[in-house]
Ligand binder design. Sequence first.
Ligand SMILES: *Cc1c(COP(=O)(O)O)cnc(C)c1O
Length: 435
Amino acid sequence: MPEPLGTEALLALDRQHVWHPYGPMPGRQEPLVVESASGVRLRMAGGPGEEPYELVDGMSSWWSAVHGYNHPVLNQAAQEQLGRMSHVMFGGLTHEPAVRLAARLVELTPDGLEHVFLADSGSVSVEVAVKMCLQYWRSVGRPEKRRLMTWRGGYHGDTWQPMAVCDPDGGMHELWSGALPRHVFADAPPDGFDAGTDAAYAAHLEETLARHAHELAAVIVEPVVQGAGGMRFHSPEYLRVLRDLCDAHDVLLVLDEIATGFGRTGALFAADHAGITPDVMCLGKALTGGYMTLAATLCTSRVADGISSGEVPVLAHGPTFMGNPLACAVANASLDLLLSRDWRTEVKTVGAGLSEGLAPLAGAPGVRDVRVLGAIGVVELDHEVDVVAATRAAVREGAWLRPFRNLIYTMPPYITGEDDLARICAAVRAAAREG
Ligand SMILES: *Cc1c(COP(=O)(O)O)cnc(C)c1O
């Protein structure tokens, strides 16, 4: 083992050489150093001259660590698979971890999704979804159907095609205007999981879709929760509206469940709230319980058969680390673990704790809205968050949060207990006050 760097040296090298998400180079905000993580706690190194300390994790490492960290069952799955092979190429070879996982995902996801492409990150799974849809229409003799429709407020990842269907007002579109493909945007869906259908909005979706159907390959949306585009919730009824419209106008429907999948919204998949099957579904984030990067794109037999009947009868995509056995083995163990526990009650309990703990913020100065769905809690401020001040306030209360724009939000691991939830809520309240 090399000598530890020491916090000061580590931070200096980090600043000099290492990009962080959406960060400048060199970094302007000092990141906190994590030494290890276990259960729902991150063990922090402490700044130069500071003692190590612990934080309760309010972020599940961006939706993914649903079982918490350093879990014995997931560790064991990883170790056993390491002893066999951590990776082999997937071209011309196959293996049990990937096959088992694919069959499992087919079984768990809405009926009709039959075929699985294992990709190495959420963004890539969205690229694959888009490629599937475009190639489908090409193969069935309608190559002009190659645009996408979405609604505003969405987020689908940072690579090229996903970026082109992210909310156009997020800045990325202005930065890349002229370079990004230009897709069709409907207005953002009206707020509120329980709000029912707004007839005028449904008519707007219909009008937009009908006008462009001749050139549309697919509609792509995040079902029920729009995540990194603004942490907004909408009625599942709009998913049924979209399903019907897509059927009526011969357009495919892609649901990006990368954030919502595996129970986070209170249903195993957000599509289940609406009882619909998309033509294509993307999964990622919690797929490996936060251990490793892995994603999946599922599609129906109609889509797969269409692609395979074309002039080029193959899906032309194949990443080097496709179907990585180590990630698949951990994903299988994570799914076993999730389904072996009463995840529905766990998610409800976390949601109830968040509702109670965040309630005092409703109507507080600077707070525009407080909302909870499943195990997701969101505080929307009427101003941009001062991330440094908000993080400092949360850390003082003993929890890790990562606010963005005007949002302080939390999606704790499902196993978070009452006291730790209370601490997360105290941190959100402090961050809202001081951020
Ligand atoms: C995080 C996310 C992505 C991108 O996944 P990465 O693994 O970060 O590439 C895509 N869509 C949604 C809805 C996400 O939340």
